[in-house]
Structures are given as C-alpha cells and as structure tokens.
Design a binder for this molecule. Structure first.
Ligand code: NAD
Length: 264
C-alpha cells in the first residue's frame, strides 16, 4: 500500500513510546492518524503536539481502553470518518513484572489476568474491530485484483520466546500474540487484510526510561550488534516497510539486534 492523504492509521498506545513514534513516521509520510490510548491528558497532549507540527486535521486522540468493545468501536468509527482505515497498529501494553513465587508470596491471579487482558485480549479486540472496518474498504489497485484492503500490525516482544524470571504473565501474553499472527492472517486473507507482528528487543521508550544507568548498560551489553537499546524510530521504520511490502503476511519479525534474553 502507498501512504496517501486518504490513508488513515489507528495506533493504540499512541500517546508515547513505540506507538507515538510510529504515528510521527506515518504523519511524515502523509497519513492521518488516530492515537488510541487510555482517556486522559497524555493522549490529548500527544495529538495536540502533532497538530501543532503537522497542521489541522491530521492527528486525533480517541480515549479508549483497548479491552473495551464500545470504546474501541468508537475509535475505529472516528478513524473511518477521516478517510480510509488502512492500518491498525497495536502498541498498547503493560509489562507488570512478578515472580510466580516471589518475596510477597504467590503471584495473584488478578495480576496475571490483567496483563493477559490488556496485552492479548486488548490486541485481539482492536484487531477484530479494525478488520471488520477494513473489510468494507476498496482494495488498493493491483494487476491481479489482490491489493490490500488493510494491514494490522501487532506488537509481541522477545519475551514471547525468551521470557525472563518475573515475566510469566508478560511472556504468556506476548507468546499468544505471536501465535495469533498466522491464524489471524489466514482468517483475514479472504478479506485481503494482512496481519503482521513485530517482536521488539529492548527499546528506549518511557516503558524502559525508569531504569537506572547500570541496568541500561547491562542490557546494552546483551545485544550482539548493535550493542545498544533499540530506537522507537527503528520500530516505526519497520511498520512503514510492512505497509509498503504486500508479501509480508502472517509472520513475526524480531527487531532486536540478535538479542537473546538470559534468565535474568
Ligand atoms: N519498550 C520496550 O523495550 C519493548 C520491548 C518489547 C515489546 N514492547 C511492547 O511494545 C508495546 C509498546 O511499548 P512502549 O515501550 O512504547 O510502552 P509505553 O509504556 O511507553 O507505552 C504504552 C502505551 O500503552 C498505553 N496503554 C496501556 N494500557 C492501555 C489500555 N488498557 N488501553 C489503551 N492504552 C493502554 C499506555 O497508556 C501507554 O501510552 C507494548 O506492547 C510493549 O509490551 C516494548
């Protein structure tokens, strides 16, 4: 797909981090974006900052919890008002740590459930409602009538494969997102909608900003090459490549500089 003025992208977790960086890159390419994030000031401010930079009518905020059917449906409807919803990017997520048997006792089931609910069920909720909207799009022109109606990009993590100590819930949620990718692509193929997942390594975003300098150095040293944290722009660049390359479908791409996480 080409990014044109009519191209609308819905990006969850768009207030900050990987989602925000992806929105910027898409705006630079000429798209319109709907930032979906928890209701509140952060999302409003992010959209206002983009409006200041890119002009009116380009970036909007839709406050929604990705777990909520009605709120996500409203965000999808808002995106459809702006043009053609061609891209949904699932970046909303939490990384709540917790050992199964920790110092404070056994991991509360509620903690596990909440991580699965936000990361996995939330991703699926956005995927299904975005797909429903995209299925009504005209496919982009293609010599064999096989152009895309849309693309859905999910975000897993290297924790899908090498979950560390304290990541039972997070790794379960991300592993399931990886496993969802192929059947979702197969389900949506008749609608000419592609589904791809990116599994980032350790990226330099607000999710990681709280860590002390020595922890950052230790993490950087784990990455074979380049031995540094990933940049959100590198994630955003991959999203735009996924938009442009119609053969990428049903696959998880690690974006990690060959990082393989040790147990802790
Ligand atoms: N940063 C990393 O190193 C890294 C590595 C691997 C995977 N990831 C994944 O990438 C995604 C983005 O990570 P990030 O570093 O940009 O995170 P971040 O914490 O900077 O941003 C996540 C955003 O999601 C929003 N969010 C959380 N729960 C939500 C909900 N229920 N509904 C709507 N929005 C919600 C938050 O408000 C926040 O704006 C996450 O899924 C994360 O697990 C990040």
């Amino acid at each position: 797909m080409q990014i044109t003025e009519d191209f609308v992208a819905l990006i969850t977790g768009g207030a900050q981090g990987l989602g925000n960086s992806t929105a910027r890159r898409l705006l630079e390419a000429g798209a319109r974006v709907v930032l979906v994030d928890l209701p509140g000031e952060a999302g409003e401010k992010a959209a206002a900052a983009f409006t200041e930079e890119f002009g009116d009518g380009r970036a909007f905020f839709a406050g929604a919890d990705v777990r909520d059917e009605e709120q996500v449906a409203a965000a999808v409807a808002a995106a459809q008002q702006l043009g053609t919803l061609r891209l949904a990017v699932n970046c909303a997520g939490v990384a709540t740590p917790g050992k199964i048997l920790g110092r404070k006792g056994v991991l509360p089931l509620e903690t596990y459930r909440t991580v699965i609910d936000i990361n996995l069920v939330g991703t699926f909720n956005v995927l299904r409602l975005a797909a429903e909207a995209m299925a009504a799009n005209e496919p982009v022109a293609d010599e064999r009538g096989q152009g895309d109606r849309g693309l859905i990009v999910n975000t897993a993590s290297v924790a899908a494969y090498d979950g560390q100590i304290g990541q039972a819930a997070y790794a379960s949620s991300k592993g399931a997102i990886a496993a969802l990718t192929l059947p979702a692509a197969r389900d949506l193929a008749p609608s000419q909608i592609r589904v791809m997942t990116i599994a980032p390594g350790v990226m330099e975003t607000p999710m990681m900003a709280g860590m002390p300098g020595d922890v950052k150095e230790t993490l950087e040293a784990l990455v074979p090459h380049p031995a540094r944290l990933g940049k959100p722009e590198e994630y955003a660049a991959l999203v735009t490549h996924l938009v442009e390359n119609p053969l990428l479908n049903g696959e998880v791409i690690r974006l990690d500089g060959a990082l393989r996480m040790p147990p802790k």
